[in-house]
Design a protein around this ligand. Sequence first.
Ligand SMILES: [Mn+2]
Length: 430
Amino acid sequence: MTEFRIATDLVAAENDKRAAALKSEYEALGAALARRDVDIEAVTKKVSEFFVAVPSWGVGTGGTRFARFPGTGEPRGIFDKLDDCAVIHQLTQATPTVSLHIPWDKVDAKELKAKGDALGLGFDAMNSNTFSDAPGQARSYKYGSLSHVDAATRAQAVEHNLECIEIGKAIGSKALTVWIGDGSNFPGQSNFTKAFERYLAAMAEIYKALPDDWRLFSEHKMYEPAFYSTVVQDWGTNYLIAQTLGPKALCLVDLGHHAPNTNIEMIVARLIQFGKLGGFHFNDSKYGDDDLDAGAIEPYRLFLVFNELVDAEHRGVKGFHPAHMIDQSHNVTDPIESLISSANEIRRAYAQALIVDRKTLADYQDANDALMASETLKRAYRADVEPILAEARRRAGGAIDPVAAFRTSGYRKKVASERPVSAAGGGGII
Ligand SMILES: [Mn+2]
């Protein structure tokens, strides 16, 4: 039985206030889309079946390298985090799973599973951490982990990843995401080739321990914490990793882990074409790995990424089922509100991509009509699909306006009375 922390009556009452307006807006949009030969019901159904995982570390205030300003009522540990994640799913009906981070979320696996079951939440990809030292750890990752020059440090990092797989198996996860902070700050500090050889050998050990129905995601990042070179710096290196390790190894694309202006949608297309797109960490950025909310800065780029995903779906690409996860850091907003909003933005980009007229687009491409090809994409992007998103939420039992319902519920105030302000928290940016 799912434990609702926000009363279902409250959600229903909030929806009653907005139901008539939604009905009329949904009908108007349905009529407009029908004139383009788009069946609104088909789009709503697809959107209802699209889910994105919430990161456990996202429900706390993240902070930057300079400071962290904790919010009120922040989660004290993983069980509080799961409560917050359940609220996000209750209102959006878009986030039924949580992506855990070990060791930040390390508790008894049986208790984790029981709490997830009670809240109606499942577990998405496990995330290992060899980019910081856990208390009491024998060897330090200051100079690297899976690519460290010292074999015993590499073995310790491998062992940690195997532990993440074991915890994941106990709670129903089916994937492991590996992101490492390994790299160098000075030319000459590290031998690029030797470091990558060591990394590949360590990853092969992890790959060997992966259950048959699991996937191993490697995540690239061009810089930070290392500022001169990172061992897994770009999608080319990431592709080499996935290719070298085997069929269960796939590339994870974190939208923030690229140089500004990088054509990420094209990277996505390439990875799809060669069967190596594992999934996403959705977020947005202006300058670097800013970890801003998905769709906050460049919603058109998010749409273009989804255009590639829907194109692949449309073409029936074999074995195509990328993992969708959010990975962002909240510094000036209520994390629950940011995650609600981001889940909606991600679904919005998907809905817009679903209404692209693909036949017309292909015809313009074949006719070298650049202007009309671009207009075809823009036409879908300009459509206000909010009624589809709201109707999908309403039908599934979520809120027509989830942020408004969250604010009306007083949830944050209520949990603040149980949860003291935390200076440490379990924030993190990966
Ligand atoms: Mn990430």
